[in-house]
Design a protein around this ligand. Structure first.
Ligand code: PAF
Length: 294
């Protein structure tokens, strides 16, 4: 009989649980065995950016849990909740390939026993109110609420978030600090396509022409950085960046330079700890990106 390579017999989908009891039994058993548990929350449709977060978690924890849950409370009424790509089977295969130990894929009822419209809401002020918070009212309330719930359910020692959603990372850090949650938050670097476009599940909405133009968002942030280094006035850089995005076919929401640590406006002469952040629509697709100046 022909010998079958071992890999064909290996498990090709990650162990998946949808209920709290199964999740807790698994995580608590690992902790009793002395493992640190790392957690990567996602909304699925996983790509190389997500997998880099799983790998980062793996480097800091003996066991890694990922979650896939398309969270209705962080989408506005006119946003893409219904069409958001749901690819659980493919995600599961990818998670195995990146050494994830457990996938938590809860239903809406598990996450929101009183229904999403009656769910408790956590509001993170200040850092949650500006930029994305201003353009997507209620978005960060939904994010903070679901992340707090996921942390309570998974009980991880550390959780990893991508720097592409920089403001989300700041919101989560504030949440953890203010609620004294006993876990560490790690940030994973932005993963980009070869032409500079930051990886995002929403990139798949772009048609060929839009995809070719989409790289201009990153190019504009890079241009903002270069103009800043040349000593141009911030307000002028921001105005020119908005016009540049419009010329490239975007409808920009913002293109700004802010303090990375709290998204406050830089004081006059402030030169360190800054970053450019941009959000712009190409057709129906809203893209965000950022670039640290240091
Ligand atoms: O970044 C995301 O995918 C989501 O906002 C998160 C953190 C999983 C919460 O739903």
């Amino acid at each position: 009989m022909e010998s079958v390579p071992l890999s064909q017999w290996e498990i090709s989908e990650v162990r998946t649980v949808g209920d709290l009891r199964g999740l807790r039994a698994c995580v608590r058993a690992w902790k009793r065995e002395g493992h640190r548990v790392g957690f990567v929350p996602t909304m699925g449709n996983l790509h190389a950016g997500h997998f880099s977060l799983v790998e980062l978690a793996r480097r800091h924890a003996g066991r890694v849990v990922a979650s896939v849950f398309v969270n209705p409370t962080q989408f506005g009424p006119d946003e893409d909740y219904l069409r958001y790509p749901r690819t659980l089977a493919e995600d599961s295969v990818g998670l195995v390939e990146h050494n994830c130990d457990l996938l938590f894929a809860p239903s809406i009822d598990v996450m929101y026993p009183f229904g999403p419209d009656h769910a408790l809401r956590i509001h993170v002020p200040d850092v949650g109110d500006t930029l994305e918070g201003a353009h997507r009212p209620g978005h960060f309330d939904g994010v903070a609420t679901v992340v707090a719930k996921l942390f309570t359910m998974v009980e991880p020692d550390l959780a990893v978030f991508g720097q592409k959603d920089w403001q989300q990372l700041l919101v989560v850090r504030r949440l953890v600090r203010e609620l004294d949650m006993p876990l560490e938050i790690l940030a994973g670097p932005i993963v980009r396509e070869p032409d500079g476009l930051a990886m995002s599940s929403r990139n798949r909405y772009l048609n060929g022409r839009q995809r070719a133009r989409a790289t201009e968002l990153h190019a504009t942030l890079q241009w903002m950085h270069d103009s800043f280094v040349e000593g141009h006035v911030l307000a002028a850089i921001e105005g020119a960046a908005m016009r540049r995005l419009q010329r490239a076919g975007f409808e920009p929401d913002y293109a700004v330079v802010r303090r990375a640590e709290d998204l406050g406006m830089p004081a006059e002469g402030e030169r360190t700890g800054l970053m450019a952040l941009g959000a712009a629509r190409l057709g129906d697709t809203r893209l965000i990106d950022n670039l640290a100046f240091d």
